[in-house]
Structures are given as C-alpha cells and as structure tokens.
Ligand binder design. Structure first.
Ligand code: ADP
Ligand code: 5GP
Length: 224
C-alpha cells in the first residue's frame, strides 16, 4: 500500500453504543486498517492495556505534551473530567506511508480532524433507541451511576451532532451487521479487501444497518 495515499477513518458515537466492540471486530477482519491509540488521563478499566487501548498518562504529562504540540486534536470529554487526544505520531507517519488509520474519537475531536483532513471518512454509530445506551452501559458494568449519568447526558447531545458525519450506521442488536455495513463503506472508499473473509456471518443476509432516513451523504470536500 506504500505507493497509495493513506486515508483517515473516524468512528464516533455516544458512549455505550458499541464503538469499541465494532472496532475490535473491524480490526480483526481488516489487516490494512491500523488503529490510532489515543492518549488519555482517564484511569484504565479492568482489562484495558496501556499502549493498546490507550496511552494512559497523568494529567501533567498530557498538559506538557499538549503544549509541545504532540496532539493532532485533544479535548476534555464528559463534563470536563478527563482529557483525550490523538497523537501526531500515531497518525501522520502512517498516512505518509500510505496506511489507513482509524480514530475512535468524539464529535468535537472529529470536527478538529475534519478541519485538518477534510477528506477523512467519518462514520457515526447510533443506537436504534436511546434507551439502548443505558442498557449497554449497565451491561458493561464499568461506570459508577454518576459516571453513567454524565455519559448519557453527553450522549444525548452527541446524538444531535450526527449530521456532521458522512455515514451513519445503526448498531441495533446485530453487531455483525454493523461491522458489515462499515466494511462496505470502507471498501467502497478504496480500502483493499482481505483475500478471504475470516468471519462467516459477514457474508450472510445481514442488511446494512444504515438508519432509514439517514442515508449516507457526502459533504463537499469529503472523499467518497
Ligand atoms: P462504546 O465503546 O461505544 O462505549 P462498547 O463497545 O464498550 O461501547 O459497548 C458497550 C456494551 O454494549 C458492551 O458491553 C458491548 O458488549 C455491548 N454491545 C455492543 N454492541 C452491541 C449490540 N449490537 N447489541 C447488544 N450489546 C452490544
Ligand atoms: P472511553 O472513556 O469510553 O474510552 O471514551 C470516551 C470518549 O472519548 C468516547 O466518545 C471516545 O470516542 C472519545 N475519545 C477517545 N479517544 C479520543 C481522542 O483521542 N480524542 C477525542 N476527541 N476523543 C476521544
């Protein structure tokens, strides 16, 4: 892929909608898609690994790196509690060598990225009903009741921001269908397809889970 231009893919959606689950499945399927590991001041959840899920760094180090210009974008998410940011080193060298890099970031971060990379492919993952977010956050069991309430408040605001995205995918109860829908978007945008489909259910009769009245659209300046 080194003689082709790299592309940025941005995956967003409210907390609890299933972004991390979907991304894990996408990465297992798509060897040409490389994740950018964000930095955060949030403490790791049980099972999260430093350098894999995030670069977990103290607030002082985050601030120092922010001042040094180490971030492509960064912001405080969830009621100004924790910082999250995309590191320049995770993205620009890979794009320069022709790789496809995927960011899982929030809406504010996406708008910053689009200002610098208007050709980024942006995908917003939505629930089929807002109540699913609470159910899934409860099911995940990683947040205190206060943190869940804060995330849901932000989630409701984020759901109103989905129009900033080129593509919207509804993650209802069939996560495989969401993965298939996103893979189609990426293949249509030029991501090389893997030689063999590793997961059987992707080839089954799952309809793409785009919202009925939210058909993908292409804002001017974005790539198709
Ligand atoms: P996010 O990264 O968007 O906060 P996660 O990927 O952590 O969300 O998913 C939140 C919870 O919902 C997890 O427990 C996950 O297993 C579950 N989940 C994800 N997608 C679905 C789905 N389509 N149907 C039911 N549960 C799901
Ligand atoms: P979580 O704490 O659940 O891992 O992530 C919280 C939120 O932060 C999610 O909406 C996620 O998309 C967002 N996020 C993660 N990394 C980044 C980043 O580097 N930049 C921005 N702007 N948001 C991020």
């Amino acid at each position: 892929m080194a003689n082709r231009p790299g592309k940025l893919v941005v995956l967003s959606g409210p907390s609890g909608v299933g972004k991390t689950t979907i991304l894990r499945l996408l990465l297992a399927d798509l060897p040409h898609l490389i994740p950018s590991v964000s930095a955060t001041t949030r403490p790791p959840r049980v099972g999260e690994q430093n350098g894999v899920d995030y670069h977990f760094i103290p607030a002082e180090e985050f601030e120092r790196r922010r001042s040094a210009g180490d971030f492509l974008e960064c912001c405080q998410v969830y009621g100004r509690q924790y910082w999250y940011g995309t590191l320049v080193d995770e993205v620009t060298p890979r794009l320069a060598s022709g790789e496809w890099v995927v960011l899982e970031i929030d809406v504010e971060g996406t708008l910053s990225i689009l200002a610098r990379y208007p050709d980024a492919i942006t995908i917003f993952v939505e629930p089929s009903h807002p109540d699913q977010l609470l159910e899934r956050l409860r099911g995940r069991g990683t947040e205190s009741p206060e943190a869940m309430a804060r995330r849901l408040e932000v989630a409701h605001r984020e759901l109103l921001q989905s129009h900033h995205y080129q593509h919207r995918v509804v993650n209802d109860n069939d996560v495989a269908a969401s993965v298939t829908a996103i893979e189609r978007i990426l293949f249509e945008a030029g991501l090389p397809e893997p030689a063999a489909k590793p997961r059987q259910h992707h080839t089954a009769d799952h309809a793409p889970s785009h919202a009925p009245d939210h058909s993908p659209h292409t804002p001017s300046g974005a790539q198709t």
